[in-house]
Design a protein around this ligand. Sequence first.
Ligand SMILES: *Cc1c(COP(=O)(O)O)cnc(C)c1O
Length: 456
Amino acid sequence: MKTIIEPFRIKSVEPIKMNSIEDRKKILDKSYYNLFQVRSNDVIIDLLTDSGTGAMSSDQWAGIMRGDESYAGSNSYLFFKDTVQDIFGYKYILPTHQGRAAERILFSTLCKKGDIVPSNTHFDTTRANILFQGAEPIDLIDDEYKNTQSIFPFKGNMSIKKLKELLDNTEIAKVPLIMLTITNNSGGGQPVSLQNIMDVSKLAKEYNVPLYIDACRFAENAYFIKKREAEYKDWSIKEIVNKIFSYADGCTMSAKKDAIVNIGGFLCTNNEVVAEKNKNLLILTEGFPTYGGLAGRDLEAIGIGLNEAMDIDYLNYRIKSIEYLGNKLLEQNVPILQPTGGHAIYIDASLFLSHIPKEQFPGQVLACELYLQGGIRCSEIGSLMFGGIDEDGKEFFSNNELVRLAMPRRTYTQSHVDYVIEIIIEVYKNRKNLSGLKITKQSKYLRHFTAQLEKV
Ligand SMILES: *Cc1c(COP(=O)(O)O)cnc(C)c1O
């Protein structure tokens, strides 16, 4: 059996409104070349994010109806808590409305001004939340993994050498925690090996620094461990997941990813003191600890989705469909980040548009062109997202200029993917005609969401 099919039937459909290139030209102008400002109705294939955009299963929808909305001690909370505990194994579990709420609470509890928080690569909300505490987020990836064209099975791994150097040369009281993002979203959806998780954990224990995992794509990461790390080929996804989290002191989770729901998150820890402080902050801004800013029905759907995301047939289909898209682009020499990762294809815009300098946001130029030509919306992961203006008014840039085509879970079919391939190849053929963008308005944090741009 060579053809891998979508392991589901479709029960409910959502129409896609078709529009023309002339329509899209006007829309792009009106949105100041910022795709976050475009209405979803004006998008044909939406690959902006895989966050909260997945299709829930009939089981999850049944769970939505079953949701127990009692203020305290609801059944849905108990089901959620038992499921999270069963999968991740932590003592204290707090539901939050999103991943970033879990981050804000964790970093408010653990970080102080002047601290340093190492990671393989911090995600944008993680980075922003650490900066907001006055602490410094640091990314520790091996230099050879930073080349988008180099092929290694676990390019998400944290550099053990760099981590050791950092821990040896920093006052340990200033390192309140180590974060490990699985899979490494900003680093191309690349997985982290179990060996690397064990090595990071060993160092963390040696230096007495807690290790937390950014768990958003835990199931996809576990799938890569099963496929690429020989010792685990006969392990179930759940067994691998249990093992991964046994090496950390806690985790933050956006349920909008590998719990396949539209909203939600949670924060786990084994540390009673941290848990108590977290809980008090949660009550202040999120809600009572048995719902944490979510409805009972959300908790029910998260509990069901966490298990569905670990289903091997689902993961086979998911990872293979990303690989399919990637391979078709590679056949036409489109420069993408290799090897293909878990939830998205990342086009290397600095190679794709090598004539546009990073000061003119080649990633954003490409993202806008894919929208113009095909109504495809994707996101820039480059200097618009990670660059900015420093304290001295000097402009700084991201290491990579990427465009991310993130695949919502269980949402699009293969013919949608074939359409995306056709548009990208067409844009690639005409790439020399494209020119740069400049920012006319921006904010200090997470500027990519609201920045306004125009053609240079
Ligand atoms: C999405 C994401 C977050 C933040 O989660 P939200 O639910 O969007 O707040 C944090 N880390 C990673 C790796 C993510 O992908």
